[in-house]
Ligand binder design. Structure first.
Ligand SMILES: Cc1ncc(COP(=O)(O)O)c(C=O)c1O
Length: 364
């Protein structure tokens, strides 16, 4: 083959981990119109594993290597609803580690299948057990880490490298992509890494930026933010994945978060479905939760506000769940005419008609 030189710079990267980050930000026209302010979406599904969690896998393993916590040929262990598992499994392939993941039977089947496709050993644990139960996915991961020599338990809830990865990448991207105009940042809170890391960076740039965490009904985080108390009576099972917790992870920086909003499974599922039809953005279940929280707050925003909603993952991870009418019916989520509406505007119109009907003729 003849060799010839050009002025073009090669654009390939060394391995898949180097494609993580620099995800796009896209205007949400429907929500901007409804609220009167500028609403933007940070699309984390553009990462190679289709989620924000891709930012942490490599980072937590490199931090452990630096601290001498894992040696070549070792085993990386993590408890995960699926997305961190993907990220850790990807990093393990690139770095040559064995990967064991514990997850729960709540995680969408397609997420679990994907983890196995990446060569990870996946242990599915029951979801309906307390966090300190020996069967819980946390306890199982801890047990494996204690038993397997040269293993490292990532523990994304308490590992500061999780928060730090978002402080170093997501936060600066949000600041740069809005040209420093961001006034509100909204994201779901699970381990807290995304919201706390990004929020800390943003508040360092402008302390007036409001950081709003989205939590799930059935989680303890909102009450803890209000009272400083872990109230176990708040805990019940729910369907949202990666949102809320039944423990208080140290990666949730409660001082950085201005407000928590709790949302429900049903509304979040419909918000995600509407997003796809309104904006052609196919996002995951927790993205629907962020939209539901935004809808509840929408009258509080001023026209000059710039609100960024972080959409953590891709809709293809929930094909058997929120994008499946059979699953939606089984949950009892599909029950009124407005549920089938293709957009926010049409839903609001249908709901007005529906509510007027109920007022005049009683419930149907
Ligand atoms: C789909 C999804 N959304 C949101 C989150 C919450 O992100 P964080 O753990 O950084 O708080 C997660 C975490 O697992 C997730 O998987």
């Amino acid at each position: 083959m003849t060799q010839h030189s050009t002025n073009l710079k090669p654009q390939w990267v060394d391995n898949i981990m180097e494609t993580v980050g620099n995800t796009p930000m896209v205007k949400l026209h429907g929500l901007s119109q409804l609220s009167g302010c500028l609403v933007l979406a940070k699309l984390e599904s553009f990462n190679p594993g289709l989620s924000a969690k891709d930012r942490i896998g490599h980072a937590v393993i490199e931090a452990a290597e630096k601290d001498g916590l894992i040696k070549p040929g070792g085993t990386i262990i993590e408890s995960t609803s699926g997305n961190t598992g993907y990220s850790v499994a990807m990093a393990c392939i690139v770095k040559g580690y064995k990967c064991i993941l514990t997850t729960t039977d709540k995680s969408a089947e397609e997420k679990i299948t994907t983890l196995r496709a990446l060569g990870a050993e996946v242990i599915v644990c029951p979801n309906h057990v307390p966090s300190d139960d020996p069967q819980s996915y946390y306890s199982q991961a801890e047990r494996l880490a204690a038993e397997i020599p040269n293993s490292f338990y990532v523990n994304q809830y308490y590992n500061e490298a999780n928060l730090d990865a978002h402080y170093r990448s997501t936060g600066p991207e949000l600041w740069k992509q809005t040209g420093g105009l961001i006034t509100h940042f909204m994201a779901t809170c699970g381990t807290g890494g995304t919201i706390s890391g990004s929020g800390r960076y943003l508040k360092e740039q402008n302390p007036n930026i409001k950081v709003i965490a989205v939590d799930a009904e059935g989680s303890v985080l909102t009450k803890y933010h209000q009272t400083g108390e872990l109230d176990k009576s708040e805990i019940h099972s729910y369907q949202l994945e990666g949102v809320g917790k039944n423990i208080i992870p140290s990666n949730v920086e409660f001082d950085i978060i201005d407000k928590f909003i709790k949302v429900d499974d049903r509304s979040s599922a419909f918000r995600a479905r509407q997003l796809t039809k309104s904006e052609a953005i196919f996002a995951g279940y927790s993205s629907g939760a962020v939209i539901e929280a935004f809808m509840r707050m929408r009258r509080e925003f001023k026209p000059s506000d710039v609100v960024v909603l972080l959409f953590a993952d891709h809709g293809s991870k929930y094909l058997s769940k929120i994008y499946n009418n059979g699953w939606m019916q089984k949950q009892g989520f599909i029950r009124k005419i407005a549920d089938y509406a293709p957009s926010y505007q049409i839903q609001r119109r249908l709901e007005r008609v529906f509510n007027k009907y109920i007022k005049n003729y009683g419930n149907i």
